[in-house]
Design a protein around this ligand. Structure first.
Ligand SMILES: Cc1ncc(COP(=O)(O)O)c(C=O)c1O
Length: 344
């Protein structure tokens, strides 16, 4: 008997999760597959969580999340980017950034709506678009993995509804400049598109690259939903703590959807993050981790480039690198990754 819904039959299982599962329990395997920092969460943050539980923050909370955390989030946007969001009606705390991508697409897509997604991208996007009844339209990348702006203009149709941006990028590590992102925002403005800007790697940029908060670009604020997460910033992916900011008008229907899915994100973790986010320990942690990732990037990129047939550009953001294996004897990434496993 197969009771699976038609919509679920259309999506593929996650290849990365499959490789991740295979790597578990095998000795001497360092899994480089899944996007999780192998760094422990800061002690102060762990203590704050224990304290929150002891202080009895173990009940349900408001649908958008613990107000103290929403206030800390809007303060962060003011401090980091000089942009104001409303902590009462324009901010949401969710169970991981992926949950916000899910509810935002479910909220705003109708059957047949088209969504512009960069190729290659975080594997969740096309699957979530499909689950929401939409159709992924692939935006080609330039040689250095930015979005090809001119070619994207030709892809817009009267069915295009959403533009997904993700810089710094998973999986390429690319970062687009303010000027280039402004050109993408202009496409959205000219064609009345909603922008979903996934900025979960905002603190990981290297060399001369700088993160640009899309909501701070002229014309973007009123049509952008920003997706963010504590998973990477404070090395707590297992806490499943994500968040988002946008205008109250765009947030309202998302909150309606959220209230029927999880009601509210986990309470004690929110309290812990609210008490930790603006401490000197939080600032130091972000700086230290960035330094560690930058060093690792240099090692891994040099290492990959020393293997015959592999070419790898130096990423300027996130913590991924995207080697070109087309000159090896493996025809695609899947057979290459599987073989890498067998060698071990
Ligand atoms: C680009 C991007 N967005 C969102 C997420 C979601 O992170 P989380 O659901 O842990 O907050 C990830 C995780 O790997 C990611 O790479």
């Amino acid at each position: 008997m197969n009771f699976t819904s038609e919509k679920l039959k259309k999506i593929k299982p996650s290849g990365i999760r499959e490789l991740f599962s295979k790597s578990q329990g095998i000795e001497n395997v360092i899994s480089l597959g899944i996007g999780a920092p192998d760094i422990h969460a800061p002690d102060k943050l762990k203590e704050a969580l224990k304290q929150a539980v002891d202080d009895n923050f173990n009940n349900y909370d408001q649908t958008p999340g613990y107000l103290g955390l929403r206030e800390a989030i809007t303060k962060k946007y003011r401090v980091d980017y000089g942009v104001d969001y409303c902590s009462t009606n324009g901010t949401i705390v969710v169970c991981g950034g992926v949950q916000l991508i899910y509810i935002a697409l479910q909220t705003y897509l109708s059957n047949g709506d088209e969504v512009l997604v960069q190729d290659p991208c975080f594997l969740t996007y096309p699957q979530q678009v499909t689950l929401a009844g939409g159709k992924t339209i692939w935006m080609p990348s330039t040689d250095n993995f930015e979005i090809d702006i001119e070619k994207t203009k030709e892809l817009v149709t009267d069915k295009t509804k959403v533009l997904i941006l993700n810089f710094p990028s998973n999986p390429t590590g690319a970062v687009m400049s303010r000027e280039e992102l402004k050109a993408m925002v202009d496409i959205a403005v000219d064609n009345n598109l909603l922008i979903l800007s996934d900025e979960v790697y905002e603190y990981y940029t290297y060399d001369n690259a700088k993160h640009v908060h899309v909501g701070s670009i002229d014309g973007a604020y009123d049509r952008t939903i920003t997706v963010n997460s504590f998973s990477k910033t404070y090395a707590v992916p297992g806490w499943r703590m994500g968040y988002g900011v946008t205008t109250p008008e765009l947030m309202k229907p998302i909150l309606d959807y959220h209230s029927f899915v999880v009601a509210n994100a986990t309470t004690p973790t929110q309290v812990a993050l609210a008490n930790f986010m603006h401490t000197p320990e939080a600032v130091k942690f972000k700086k230290d981790v960035k330094g560690i990732f930058q060093k690792r990037r240099d090692v891994i990129v040099d290492g990959l480039n020393s293997i015959g047939g592999i070419k790898c550009q130096k990423p300027v953001g996130s913590f991924y690198c995207y080697p070109d294996i087309s000159q090896t004897k493996y025809s695609d990434g899947e057979s290459f990754s599987t073989k890498a496993f067998l060698i071990i």
